[in-house]
Design a protein around this ligand. Sequence first.
Ligand code: FES
Length: 222
Amino acid sequence: MSDAETTPTQTPVAAPAPGRSITVDTPVAKPLPRREVITRRIFLLGGFWTALGLAIVGFLGSPLDFLWPRNLKGFGGPITVTPDQVPKEGADPIRNIEGKFWLLNLKAGPTTAPGADSPGGLLALYVKCPHLGCTVPYRPDFTFNNVQGWFRCPCHGSTYSKDGGVKVFGPAPRPLDVFPITVNSDKTLTVLTGRAYEGTGSTQNPARTIAYEAGNKTPPKK
Ligand code: FES
């Protein structure tokens, strides 16, 4: 057997020269920068508060949005009445369809309702009957107590004076309700309509008028 068959092949390595050293560049593992870790506790707390916030917004958001006043137009807000829609003093009332009221312009003195005098002027009466809510028309042809012209409810016959909306007959619990009026500088009127402004009707209705003069306004409710 020869030496070539018994000895593994080896690459000869050159021996360092005497007095010299070999530098080996050994790689060293460096730690990665530390990452912030979201713990399970923080994750659960964050989810809880987020869910709670969304629930509060959902619960309160819709009612608040509903209640938040918008730029109201039509019934429920201020209605502008131009001078041509204001009745002449002592003339028949004029209905304002948009604002759901009758506009009256009373003469000073006694009215057709017994004991109800007026200083004269403007009055806005809600068309809704205070009995069960029917719309009350003005009936210029209807005669009662030898007087012609009354507001008369078609549902159960409550009858109200044309110069104040004071009830003189029927099941209604009170006279027609009143909306406040402001006379503007250009002689237009602003009538505040809707439940928030409604003045409860009373036998004092004819005394709640205001003169048709710029700057006048219905006194606040007492
Ligand atoms: Fe007007 Fe009944 S609703 S009298």
